[in-house]
Design a protein around this ligand. Structure first.
Ligand code: NAD
Length: 279
């Protein structure tokens, strides 16, 4: 259901790769709510082919950028402003990648070149976007910026690996730049801490299916889907949340406030039974 919440607004969506991507759902919802958007991802991601479909569906131009490359990011903001004929009102950072996770490097055996790359792609890229946008004065007053994160920034999750540090840095950048942008331009910056979601990035985490099952059992409302995450992003881009800034907002069905639930305990009890059987 559409509410016309973004009528007249213009924004950039970074990180839509395929139909499973959270950014893909956000792009679709932005259009439904009356916004105009541009899309960005790496040139390689574009060549994979899926993004063209989204660009056509959303009537949105695609501007390539490696999110670690400041010059390329500058070009995305400049081209977007040229396309819109003025400043933007919002952007989404929906980017994450760890070669250590991809190559199954354990946390006590990290490759440090990969580690630096993880932090650059998944966190510093957010700083680069915000700094580029500020230097170009690319965002209208009362604009809104959102980045996606995960609760492993606060708590330790087996196998989330070096992405935990990346997410902690990402959330801190939202606060540090949130102060500067809020003070000077009334622009808000928040992170959404999303439930585990089966996407390309998500499925890179080993044991993802089990993590999703555990998380779903622990959450009184169940895991939040990518579509539901898109709905939440829309509210943050809209004028209904103009005084929300510098927050890490949990969108996780209640997971972050739980200690133990009946449904999770049932599984653990079964596990104990099995262990006893083996004994
Ligand atoms: N899937 C989950 O379980 C989950 C949970 C919480 C938060 N998140 C976060 O949501 C965001 C989106 O991930 P997703 O789950 O939709 O997966 P996804 O794989 O669809 O999206 C990740 C995107 O990052 C892009 N990317 C990687 N390296 C890049 C680079 N150098 N420059 C520009 N773009 C680059 C990819 O091309 C891809 O579009 C990520 O920040 C992720 O950490 C995901």
């Amino acid at each position: 259901m559409a509410y016309n919440l973004l009528a007249g607004k213009k924004g950039i969506i970074f990180g839509a790769l395929n139909e499973q991507s959270i950014a893909w759902k956000v792009a679709e919802r932005c259009i439904e709510e009356g916004a105009k958007i541009t899309l960005s991802n790496t040139a390689l991601a574009y060549r994979m082919g899926e993004i063209k479909k989204l660009a056509e569906k959303c009537n949105a131009p695609f501007f390539p950028a490696d999110a670690t490359n400041v010059a390329e990011l500058e070009q995305v903001f400049r081209s977007s402003m040229e396309y819109f004929g003025g400043k933007i009102d919002f952007f989404l950072h929906s980017i994450g990648m760890s070669m250590n996770v991809r190559k199954s490097r354990r946390y006590d055996d990290l490759d440090y070149d990969y580690y630096l790359k993880t932090i650059d792609i998944s966190a510093i890229s957010f700083h680069k976007m915000l700094q580029v946008a500020r230097k170009l004065d690319a965002i209208n007053e009362w604009g809104s910026v959102v980045a996606l994160t995960y609760i492993a920034a606060q708590r330790t999750f087996y196998r989330y690996n070096d992405m935990a540090e990346a997410k902690a840095a990402l959330e801190s950048i939202a606060r540090s730049f949130g102060y500067i942008y809020g003070r000077d331009k009334k622009i808000r910056i928040n992170t959404i801490s999303q439930s585990p979601t089966m996407t390309t990035a998500g499925s890179g985490v080993k044991g993802m299916q089990n993590l999703m099952d555990f998380s779903d059992r622990m959450s009184p409302l169940g895991n939040a889907t990518a579509d539901e995450c898109a709905d939440y992003c829309i509210t943050l881009f809209s004028d209904l949340t103009r005084k929300v800034t510098m927050q890490n907002l949990y969108h996780d069905g209640g997971f972050s406030s739980m200690g133990m639930s009946l449904r999770a305990m049932e599984i653990i009890n079964k596990g104990y039974d099995c262990q006893n059987c083996e004994d």
